[in-house]
Design a protein around this ligand. Structure first.
Ligand code: ADP
Length: 457
């Protein structure tokens, strides 16, 4: 443009210079220069008008007008810019078209929700899976169209690390998994996937395990009953050993079957419906009696109990008993004789916490994320010798999930392990019984050599 300004100035000087010479020759230099400059200005105005007409009318006339001189240069430059922009636009349009084609082909519903929670854009599958309507729903609040209270809670929660599965608002027989990803300035991308088939397969698997376990129960009880009757008789030694081993294995299978049945029941629903106040002192006392018996057969352990005497938990008693006893029995089973096992319950602003800590062999960190998987064992030989079913921690995880809680595991090889069940603040209640002492109840119970001491909670 600098060049054009110069050439415009040059042309003005040329025109007025020539007019001056010509005017001088005819004896009217002033008038001649004035007329020449006036004509020159008219020409510039005309070119300027052509440019503004083209700028206003660019949709219909893609190329700028033809011209010569410095206006020609301006028009050529504009034409180049125009062409560059058109090719960029074309590229962008292609990308958008390809993106829309690919999202249309996707079987998953994709919905863009803006920062004001309104529906901005969605693909065809969203019409089918979520019942959205292209013409009437654009710009409407997402929560007016996806009204399930569980979805609304999930949408408002802002923590989208886990997906949520709900029936489709358009077809109640379809199960839809919703996953939200925040992006941009408060916008959210909602992906909804049809998981009906996977859910059905999962249900079939759960039903199969539950039915098979149920069917195995009666034959196992009969076999154990006969074995116990035989073992009560006077029998030759090899037979006693064989029958004794059969009896032990039958007990193991019975434990496995009852753990599998419990897991199936826990899986059947994600929330407890019959919660009640739990008297933790009594529950821990009861678990401790079982743990002591187990400990006696393994050389004895030292138990330390520290329970908050002001608070209890609400929940499903049988399930919590099962979860806590699994942790305590594991500590006894995996901690060598003479080891120390500390059972604690305390509450704080985050909720209630029940922990079982031992100074046993500990667990290598690579195993920790997988410990709650069914039948996952750190050391197969040590675990099967311990008499466990391999389902204990899976049961703990499910029980806690049903109570809105979670399990954390800390462990160091050769130092010991600490399993803590965390419960939400809503699950912590003030104790019903009045306590005299201000201090939290701390009981140190040491198992004597003959295992005869009992804690008094
Ligand atoms: P199992 O019936 O084998 O004990 P669990 O699900 O209860 O099954 O535990 C899974 C695995 O975690 C166990 O096999 C064991 O290797 C490890 N484990 C559990 N508790 C402890 C503990 N207190 N100390 C060391 N290892 C443990």
């Amino acid at each position: 443009m600098q060049k054009n300004r110069h050439s415009m100035l040059t042309s003005l000087l040329l025109v007025s210079g020539s007019a001056f010479v010509f005017g001088f020759m005819i004896g009217q230099p002033g008038w001649t220069v004035a007329i020449a400059v006036f004509l020159w200005a008219l020409y510039q105005i005309k070119q300027f008008n052509r440019l503004s007409e083209w700028l206003l009318d660019r949709e219909e006339q893609s190329e700028p007008p033809e011209s010569s001189g410095h206006w020609g240069e301006v028009f050529d430059e504009l034409s180049r810019i125009n062409r560059r922009q058109e090719s960029r636009e074309k590229l962008l349009r292609n990308v958008i078209n390809r993106f829309q084609e690919s999202t249309t082909a996707l079987p998953d519903a994709i919905v863009i929700v803006d920062a004001n929670n309104n529906l901005e854009w969605w693909n065809n599958s969203a019409n089918r899976l979520l019942g959205l309507n292209d013409s009437s729903d654009r710009g409407k609040p997402v929560m007016n169209l996806l009204r399930d209270p569980r979805f609304i809670r999930y949408f408002k929660r802002q923590d989208y690390s886990d997906p949520i599965t709900l029936p489709s608002p358009a077809h109640s027989d379809l199960q839809i998994q919703f996953q939200i990803t925040p992006f941009g300035d408060g916008d959210r991308l909602l992906v909804a996937r049809d998981v009906t088939r996977i859910r059905r397969l999962e249900q079939t698997r759960q039903d199969f395990v539950a039915n098979a376990s149920h069917e195995l129960r009666t034959p196992l009880t009969v076999i154990r009953g006969y074995l116990e009757t035989f073992l009560d008789q006077e029998l030759p030694r090899p037979l006693v050993r064989g029958l004794g081993s059969m009896h032990q294995q039958t007990r193991r299978m019975e434990n496995l079957v009852s753990d599998l049945l419990l897991l199936s029941r826990l899986e059947a629903s994600h929330h407890i419906s019959d919660e009640q106040p739990i008297q933790l002192h009594n529950m821990v006392q009861n678990i401790l009696e079982g743990a002591e018996q187990l400990s006696q057969g393994r050389g004895g352990h030292q138990f330390v109990i520290e329970l908050d005497d002001e608070h209890d938990l609400t929940g499903q008693e049988i399930e919590l008993h099962s979860a806590f006893s699994n942790l305590v029995y594991n500590a006894v089973r995996y901690t060598p004789a003479g080891g120390r096992i500390r059972i604690r319950f305390w509450s704080d602003k985050d909720g209630g916490h029940f922990s079982v800590k031992d100074n046993g062999p500990g667990i290598e960190s690579i195993h920790l994320p997988r410990l709650t998987e069914r039948f996952y064992r750190v050391d197969e030989s040590r675990s099967s010798a311990s008499g466990g079913t391999g389902l204990g921690l899976a049961i703990v995880k499910h029980v806690l999930a049903r109570h809105g809680g979670q399990l954390t595991i800390k462990s160091k090889v050769n130092k010991g392990s600490n399993f803590t069940c965390h419960f939400p603040a809503e699950a912590v209640i003030k104790k019903e019984v009045e306590v005299v002492d201000d201090e939290p109840l701390i009981i140190h119970q040491e198992q004597s050599d003959n295992g005869s001491s009992h804690p008094s909670l």
